[in-house]
Design a protein around this ligand. Structure first.
Ligand SMILES: Nc1nc2c(ncn2[C@@H]2O[C@H](COP(=O)(O)OP(=O)(O)O)[C@@H](O)[C@H]2O)c(=O)[nH]1
Ligand SMILES: [Mg+2]
Length: 294
């Protein structure tokens, strides 16, 4: 099983450990200690809103506060709204369009997601709709081979929506459960990219059904607050069912999970923390907070 606690080592060491050290000086914290807490919260990228809220509660709370449980409760409260029940398999096949800036971990996350579904006995078909770079299709094909799942691809430079169209039809014909669609993170201009993604979505909705199509946005946790700006650009134009947050193993800014919920209002659905297909899990606020604070 995926050991989230060890994967969150950087955030635990860079954020949680110093925080615990300050709290251990308590029960009553000096003004200086409180400022240090605030700086740690901001440094871990929990975002200004969440930081203000935690600091306000900290100032209000009585002197004999049990800081460990205080932090656990605050984080859980800030995060729990981002949990949402599994969408279930009522509609099948289901299309999952994976979008995001280049390098954030889209293709790797698709491999992880395919593995995740395959482990649960589902039939997965990958669609190589990142036709902009030749290497992208090749990268996805390697994963498909390794995982033993089908892939639909066209020659490079082809129409991404046409690939998605074929993949959705293949999923219907082959009795598939999931079509997972890889997309480009960049085209000649940003406007074209958004239009292209919208077109992919329309095509999938037409072949399957509107309720069978979901879009997931991949965000790179190492980019911290900058990833929120990226997210806004994508979500302004495309409905997004959830976030796949990657590279939590490579950052001390794991607090970004909180900021995403607070400022985007889109649930973190999956987390990635490593380069193998097993370094991936459905997001659970409880498991996340436990792994951070334990
Ligand atoms: N450490 C770590 N690296 C990751 C993770 N997810 C992806 N990567 C790496 O990030 C790089 C870019 O990933 P890729 O899937 O090609 O991104 P894409 O351009 O969005 O498709 C690759 O080197 C991946 O191995 C993760 O959760 N943790
Ligand atoms: Mg890619």
């Amino acid at each position: 099983m995926f050991d989230l606690k060890s994967k969150l080592r950087k955030t635990r060491e860079g954020f949680v450990a110093p925080l615990k050290k300050i709290f251990n000086r308590g029960p009553a914290l000096s003004e200086e200690d409180k400022e240090a807490v605030e700086a740690l919260l901001i440094g871990a990228d929990v975002g200004v809103e969440a930081c203000d809220r935690i600091m306000e509660r900290l100032r209000e709370s009585s002197v004999d506060i049990e800081h460990q449980s205080f932090l656990r409760e605050e984080l859980l409260e800030l995060l729990s709204e981002s949990e949402h029940p599994p969408t279930g398999d009522v509609v099948r096949p289901k299309a999952v369009i994976v979008i995001g800036v280049n390098g954030t971990g889209k293709t790797t996350s698709i491999a992880k997601l395919a593995y995740h579904h395959k482990q649960q006995g589902k039939k997965v078909i990958l669609a190589a709709s990142d036709t902009f770079r030749a290497a992208a299709t090749e990268q996805l094909s390697i994963w498909a081979d390794r995982l033993g799942v089908d892939i639909i691809s066209h020659k490079s430079g082809g129409d991404p929506a046409a690939v998605a169209f074929d993949a959705c039809n293949a999923a219907k014909a082959r009795d598939g459960d999931y079509v997972i669609i890889d997309t480009a993170g960049r085209l000649h201009t940003k406007v074209n990219l958004i239009e292209e993604l919208k077109k992919i979505k329309r095509v999938c909705e037409k072949v399957l059904a509107p309720e069978a199509v979901e879009t997931y946005l991949v965000l790179d946790a190492t980019l911290g607050q900058n990833s929120l700006q990226q997210a806004r650009e994508f979500t302004r134009n495309l409905g997004t069912a959830g976030i796949i947050l990657t590279k939590l193993d490579s950052t001390a800014k794991g607090g970004i999970v909180v900021a995403i919920k607070q400022s985007l209002g889109i649930p973190v659905k999956y987390i990635g923390a490593g380069e193998t297909v097993e370094d991936f899990a459905e997001f659970s606020a409880e498991e996340f907070v436990d792994a951070l604070l334990e």
